[in-house]
Design a protein around this ligand. Structure first.
Ligand SMILES: O=C(O)CCC(=O)C(=O)O
Ligand SMILES: [Fe+2]
Length: 328
């Protein structure tokens, strides 16, 4: 996935709009993901996002624990310390694979939802511990939500389905947004396969917008060659890696298939060596259908040659089925 698509072409000439639609469709249909530049989020906003992320994780442990995630899956909000959540429990879930060996994720995260969420509140450290953090995160959430809707509308147009239907399924901003820190560790800690940075998985939502620093180690499974993973580098922190999630796979009846991804050794570090794996920061914005929305495939994707592959389930039940496994 080396090519970076220029999303500003969505506002270009008819020919440019056609070209970018074709490129989006091709990347998402064949790889489940594309990289985007000129997406409309200001560069400075993304640099600030990384700065705030670094500042949060630099707080003393006892301060971070003031915003701790509950021990169970819901509400999925707040700070998870290293070891609290391990994603291997859902690796292979959507592929129908047996739930395999437990692998520990060496990461710490904070999950946020919409500041306007009617069901659950965010969990914050007291303002004096990190003045300005809450305001920044709440504003970033809303800015990303607007971009999400633009991307979903563009995908609907490219797929030839009703743009309004796609947008209205997502209009409540019932998304989740997470900042991640992978602490510095000796490579030998990952050598025996019982621990990793984040185990392979697909995201649950419709689309994920992922930002990463330059450390590396993110890998996406080749959809044509299952089991083969390719490294995904970002030339700039400001690039967005746009991934398909399980909910979009359902809505499109497998026209788009969720990108299976993981984070492991960066390319610069030899597996099992004495080297130190540098710390890494990333941010993932998981766009999700409204909780009450049905994930039944759009009618356009159900044809005699592509019969319906999915039951009717609503987004909230689907999410809970997945997330409840993470905290067992
Ligand atoms: O850190 C990354 O680049 C990926 C994070 C991720 O896949 C997730 O939180 O779902
Ligand atoms: Fe993910």
């Amino acid at each position: 996935m080396s090519e970076v698509l220029d999303l500003s072409l969505l506002k270009g000439t008819p020919q440019q709009r056609e070209e970018i639609s074709v490129a989006l469709l091709h990347g998402l249909k064949t790889r489940g993901g594309v990289k985007l530049k000129n997406h409309g989020l200001p560069d400075q906003l993304i640099y600030d996002l990384f700065d705030w992320t670094r500042k949060f994780f630099a707080l003393p442990h006892e301060d971070k624990m003031l915003a701790k995630h509950p021990p169970q899956a819901n509400p999925n909000r707040g700070y998870c310390f290293v070891g609290q959540e391990s994603i291997s429990s859902i690796s292979g879930f959507e592929k129908g694979l047996p739930q395999g060996q437990f692998v520990r994720d060496i990461k710490e995260t904070v999950d946020f939802g919409s500041p306007r969420d009617e069901l659950v509140d965010n969990i914050w450290v007291p303002e004096e511990k990190l003045p300005g953090f809450r305001k920044f995160i709440e504003e970033f959430y809303e800015t990303c939500f607007k971009l999400e809707l633009e991307i979903l509308a563009a995908l609907a147009r490219a797929l030839g389905v009703d743009e309004n239907q796609m947008v209205s399924l997502h209009n409540k901003a019932e998304n989740e947004f997470r900042i991640l820190h992978y602490p510095e560790i000796p490579a030998s800690d990952l050598a025996d396969g019982t621990a990793t940075r984040i185990a392979e998985h697909t995201d649950f939502g419709s689309i994920t917008m992922l930002f990463q620093d330059s450390v590396g180690g993110l890998q996406v499974e080749d959809q044509q060659n299952p089991g083969v993973f390719h490294g995904i580098e970002s030339a700039e922190k400001t690039e967005i890696i746009l991934n398909i999630g399980d909910s979009m796979q359902r809505l499109t009846n497998d026209t788009f298939r969720a990108a299976c991804h993981r984070v492991t050794y960066p390319p610069s570090v030899k597996v099992g060596s004495e080297a130190v794996i540098p710390e890494r920061y990333s941010i993932a914005y998981f766009a999700k259908p409204n909780r009450t929305a049905s994930l039944f495939p759009f009618k356009e994707f159900i044809t005699p040659s592509t019969p319906c592959r999915y039951d009717d389930v609503n987004a909230w039940d689907f999410q809970n089925l997945r997330i409840s496994r993470l905290f067992k």
